[in-house]
Ligand binder design. Structure first.
Ligand code: HEC
Ligand code: HEC
Ligand code: HEC
Ligand code: HEC
Ligand code: HEC
Ligand code: HEC
Length: 178
């Protein structure tokens, strides 16, 4: 085969659009989830977070992917494309615990948003409940959930967790900072 044609074919085989199909041979369920994510629809593929992982996908076993992110590395990974959210998260109580590798488990980006699947607001809020079982009384004062949102963020800013001006009258606000 002509060298250039060969390179062209190789490039198109492993371009962002088709890489997930290569991974799908061994990670089919996960790839199926990922194809429903906004990230996939915006043209991203597995290499955005794991690198091309050529050795991993061609090995019979035992070779790690190019990039794996521990919980405290996730904010930098996601933050490379979402710098504003990373900045807000970094100063939050969640961020301080995660980045400080505390033994107290707190939420990183993927705890709330999911990794390869997009979470709905209901699913995200279920994550909050897992760690925050007994909430102070004011937290139960929220009006009926807006169909699209996580009810907690009516009063707690979504990434800093600090007080925000609620959209409904009469709400008790959390303190700005303790
Ligand atoms: C030939 C099969 C195969 C292909 C193709 C493959 N993987 Fe894997 N992958 C595996 C196996 C098996 C494991 C579990 C290995 C282990 O537990 O050490 C794994 C584990 C992983 C992990 C988790 C590693 C860890 O230590 O947490 C990631 C991330 C990953 N694969 C990404 C990818 C990506 C991205 C692609 C496509 C570019 C891909 N894989 C293609 C077989 C494959
Ligand atoms: C937006 C970033 C991102 C993208 C895109 C992404 N992953 Fe991951 N993936 C992660 C993170 C974060 C983890 C958890 C930590 C780790 O293992 O790196 C993970 C974990 C994994 C794991 C091991 C855990 C598990 O759930 O089995 C596999 C396998 C994997 N990814 C494969 C893939 C494949 C295949 C694709 C493309 C279809 C892909 N990932 C796309 C961020 C991503
Ligand atoms: C390579 C760049 C890149 C990386 C890395 C990345 N994202 Fe994204 N993300 C995007 C783009 C592009 C969009 C679509 C933005 C838009 O449409 O405005 C997006 C959208 C989102 C959205 C909104 C989803 C929706 O359905 O509207 C969330 C939440 C999100 N990303 C979380 C994450 C998390 C969590 C990670 C890390 C595991 C991550 N992102 C890593 C580029 C990236
Ligand atoms: C405690 C849970 C939680 C954590 C941790 C978290 N987020 Fe979010 N994030 C939310 C909620 C809630 C929303 C608002 C969307 C909603 O109501 O469903 C949101 C919205 C977003 C959006 C959509 C645009 C926007 O700003 O509203 C992006 C992108 C995003 N987060 C990225 C990130 C990244 C990157 C990290 C880590 C640095 C992160 N998030 C950590 C809960 C979280
Ligand atoms: C993996 C566990 C975990 C998850 C999931 C989680 N949190 Fe937290 N959260 C923590 C921990 C730990 C703290 C710190 C508690 C402390 O300092 O006493 C915390 C603190 C907070 C605080 C107090 C912030 C402050 O500045 O005082 C708020 C508000 C909060 N979380 C809201 C949420 C919301 C909303 C969600 C879901 C969108 C959520 N959390 C998901 C573990 C979690
Ligand atoms: C109507 C406003 C409101 C809503 C909605 C709300 N909170 Fe709160 N939240 C507060 C106020 C006010 C405080 C401070 C209470 C105090 O200091 O006694 C607080 C404090 C907290 C704290 C710190 C608790 C502590 O003991 O230090 C956490 C964690 C928390 N909220 C999580 C959540 C979660 C998770 C949700 C969604 C399920 C939520 N909140 C919904 C108003 C609200």
């Amino acid at each position: 085969m002509n060298l250039w044609l060969g390179l062209l074919v190789a490039a198109s085989l492993f371009s962002a659009e088709t890489l997930h199909e290569v991974c799908s041979v061994c990670h089919s369920e996960l790839v199926e989830q990922f194809t429903t994510h906004t990230h996939f629809r915006k043209g991203m593929s597995c290499d955005a977070c794991h690198g091309p992982s050529v050795a991993h996908r061609t090995a019979t076993g035992g070779v790690a992917p190019d990039r794996i992110s521990a919980p405290d590395e996730v904010p930098a990974l996601c933050g490379s494309c979402h710098p504003a959210q990373r900045k807000e998260f970094t100063g939050s109580k969640h961020g301080l615990l995660v980045l400080g590798r505390s033994r107290t488990k707190a939420a990183n980006c993927t705890t709330c948003h999911g990794v390869h699947n997009s979470r709905t607001a209901v699913q995200t809020e279920a994550q909050c409940q897992k760690c925050h079982e007994s909430l102070p009384a004011p937290c139960k004062g929220a009006p009926a959930r807006k169909a699209a949102g996580v009810s907690c963020v009516n009063c707690h800013s979504r990434h800093t967790l600090t007080a925000r001006i609620p959209f409904f009258p009469g709400a008790v606000l959390p303190p700005a900072r303790r």
